[in-house]
Ligand binder design. Sequence first.
Ligand code: ASP
Length: 310
Amino acid sequence: MQTYSMVIHGGAGTLLPNQMTPEKEKSYIQALKIALELGYKILEGGGQALDAVEASVKSLEDCPLFNAGRGSVFTAEGGHEMDASIMEGKSMNAGAVSLITGIKNPVSLARDIMEKTEHVILAGEGAMAFAKSIGYQIENQEYFFDEWRFEQWQAIKGSTHFQLDHSTKKESKYGTVGAVACDKSGNLAAATSTGGMTNKKWGRIGDSPIIGAGTYANNLTCAVSCTGSGEYFIRGVVAYDVSCLMEYKGLSLAAAANEVINKRILKLGGDGGLIAVDTHGNIALPFNTDGMYRAYRKSSGESGISIYKE
Ligand code: ASP
């Protein structure tokens, strides 16, 4: 019988110990649980992997704890520029959006680009014009305002520094969100969404909206969603590299994911992690940081939600 599986992440790394409280930890776990179950229920009901990853990512985008959608970090200009992507393993169709503002659920816009246009990536003003043309509501700045994120930005505003999510230390915490799924038909899908880096400027784009870097899905191999230092993940073509190791070298999902995260990306100087699933419902959640917000559930019975290394 086909095993179906749902895996999500809320970013690699963890908060600095002095910023994490038991209450905060509980809120993260709770948010991950809600997002995981939303996706899993779709799979359980015979729904598509694509719908499941979109539903889970939307839920994480709606939660201000994560650096995506509502909780997106501040740019150098004091706004929010979000990136997202989605890919389906059967058709290998993909959609992505970059540098958008005021959109509640960037992952859904990425899916609309995939399904309603001839294109894969739309960015900035053009992406916004497309969103408006198909009826997206543009949220005002207050929707995205979060005191904590504002303070992070205030601390480095006006400087040339930019930082990944709410870290004061490069390796502390990446807040990007993502989901991968294998449904009852053995079809795969992956999605990733992010607010990028605090105080980013010049239209900086990370790996999250780049198909093959931050997100990839192919029914021949696997579905992958990444989190970490985007510049390195782009150069390492990380998500596609996991797929290539499986397709061309015959590695298992676990071996391929481990090779990329614990060897190749480290060699390049990058840090972070990924979640991945194959068509048998096997999963992998490697990371080379001190933790990764993550949760999974398989129809075979295994499940887990964790932040730190086990
Ligand atoms: N990969 C994301 C980026 O570079 C950051 C993250 O994972 O939080 O934009």
